[in-house]
Design a protein around this ligand. Structure first.
Ligand code: NDP
Length: 475
């Protein structure tokens, strides 16, 4: 049976683009369809613009510190429109780089939406019908709002990058990566930030001690964090009649488009507080993009959370169709999607079946200070086996010098039986950079004794990782 393409990729984000390029390099005939901008969530509305905003927001504190270090500084005001123009240009450049990479690899680009019409068949929104031996779904995910009336008054993370001006005040709902990162970014940019998290402590799932320190530091730096708190109802300021007990929202109401023209929003909170915020941001999780893909025309299975169900080779229940990245809701991180794409090509186009290794993936939360983490939290490790915990929390030299009360944390969770480092958790400026390196040792199965064999780099914060002699506690 002959096909128009050896591979048709749906979705031009980090995972899809990498898989398309690497497959094309094997000599395969490859096409890729993307109905939005090439680069996907990471490049266009996620990691990249977010990190640039982290950089922008860190200068306020740096200017303050610089004065104490002897500089005469006139920090002035943050100019969102100047930054935003620069950001827009940079994202256009990166989008162009992605297009060039695909073009240069001989991948045919369909700038349109694609839908499955069968196990090997695709129809694009502009009416073209093509066939492919293999199909790779890499459509990513999207932010979801809680089901509440007037949800269209609140932004989601995608909308942040399109704000026309900086709000004076913002309410952020959620306690995950996105909520905490944007709370720190906006606080750093001078916005008055309130954050509601419904649970007992932000960053659920991370090491308790590490997330506790992040929460303390966020509050110390000015984020008005309310734990055990959620929105009860919200309405446009000046339209108090629009409040009252909320009817159950329909699904359509729960997934509305943000109304950019929305003015200040009055929010009644579960802690009894009612006040207006210039903007509300829902950072309440993401869902896989599986709707309207034509999956019903295939045997592809969809899980409870809307994710495409795949095996360890990223193959779906329909043998010709594979899926990678956030649409499979395994570990929703860019480098993981890229590795899944590479493993798919290795398996399907290089005859070398390669399962994806999802164990011991280091990651960082770009709060201020950052958190870098790899392996088990203290809580998960002690449920698994007896452990020793080595940790130290101290004032870093750079900030202590200027009288600031910032604290950092260096922590190793070690197996009592094997002496293996089961988890490493760092809260510190630059923790993302540090955990990348510590992650190598942990992935290699290094023991605490091997950490200790390494000479300290002095004076640094991370030298503590190789100088902690006695366990702080055992469990
Ligand atoms: P998360 O799943 O991390 O967090 C969602 C948060 O919203 C949780 O605190 C959750 O509370 C809360 N929440 C969910 N539903 C409601 C509700 N109805 N009302 C109030 N609160 C609610 O999602 P994010 O959107 O922050 O991030 C999505 C994914 O993107 C992450 O899991 C991560 O994989 C990836 N990401 C990675 C980054 C990085 O590597 N630095 C940065 C940004 C995103 P509860 O804890 O109680 O469930």
């Amino acid at each position: 049976m002959s096909f128009d393409y050896d591979l048709f990729v749906i979705g031009g984000g980090s995972g899809g683009v990498r898989a398309a390029r690497v497959a094309a390099a094997t000599g395969a005939k490859v096409a890729l369809a993307e109905d939005d901008r090439l680069g996907g969530t990471c490049v266009i509305r996620g990691c990249v613009p977010k990190k640039l905003m982290v950089f922008a927001s860190s200068y306020r504190e740096a200017f303050g510190e610089a004065e104490d270090y002897g500089w005469e500084v006139d920090a002035g005001e943050f100019d969102w429109s100047k930054f935003h123009t620069h950001l827009t240009g940079e994202l256009q450049r990166l989008e162009g780089v992605y297009r060039q990479l695909l073009d240069g690899s001989g991948v045919e680009i369909f700038d349109t939406r694609a839908k499955l019409t069968g196990p090997h068949d695709i129809e694009t929104a502009d009416g073209r019908k093509v066939s492919a031996k293999h199909i790779l779904i890499a459509t990513g995910g999207h932010p979801v709002r809680p089901e509440t009336t007037n949800a269209h008054l609140a932004m989601v993370s995608d909308d942040i990058f399109h704000m026309e001006k900086m709000p004076k005040s913002v309410l952020i709902v959620g306690g995950g990566y996105i909520a905490c990162e944007f709370a720190c970014i906006l606080n750093g940019l001078g916005v008055e930030v309130t954050q509601f998290y419904r649970g007992a402590q932000i960053l659920r799932g991370f090491d308790d001690e590490a997330r506790g320190l992040i929460a303390d530091m966020m509050q110390q730096k000015g984020v008005n964090l309310h734990l055990g708190t959620n929105i009860v109802e919200m309405w446009p300021e000046g339209q108090e009649g629009a409040g009252g007990p909320m009817p159950t929202a329909s699904m359509e109401e729960a997934h509305p488009t943000y109304d950019k023209t929305a003015g200040p929003v009055v929010v009644k909170a579960s802690n009894g507080m009612t006040r207006a915020y210039d903007k509300v941001l829902f950072a309440t999780g993401r869902s896989p993009n599986t709707s309207d893909l034509g999956l019903e025309n295939t045997s592809v299975e969809v899980g409870r959370r809307g994710e495409i169900v795949v095996d360890e080779y990223s193959q779906t229940a329909q043998p010709s169709i594979y899926a990678i990245g956030d649409v499979t809701n395994r570990v929703n991180l860019t480098p993981v999607a890229i590795r899944e794409g590479m493993a798919f090509v290795e398996t399907v186009f290089k005859g070398n079946p390669t399962p994806v290794d999802h164990d011991l993936i280091p990651s960082a939360v770009f709060t201020q200070p950052e958190m870098g983490t790899v392996g088990l939290s203290e809580e998960d490790a002690r449920d698994q086996e007896p452990i020793d915990v080595y940790c130290t929390s101290f004032k870093p030299m750079q900030q202590a010098f200027v009288g600031r009360d910032d604290r950092v944390l260096m922590k190793l969770v070690v197996s009592k039986e094997t002496d293996k480092v089961l988890g490493c958790h760092i809260v510190a400026p630059g923790a993302g950079e540090m955990i990348q390196l510590a992650g190598i040792a942990v992935k290699m199965g290094a023991t605490k004794a091997q950490f200790d064999q390494v000479c300290a780099v002095h004076p640094t914060m991370s030298e503590e990782l190789v100088t902690m002699k006695e366990p702080m506690r055992s469990a």
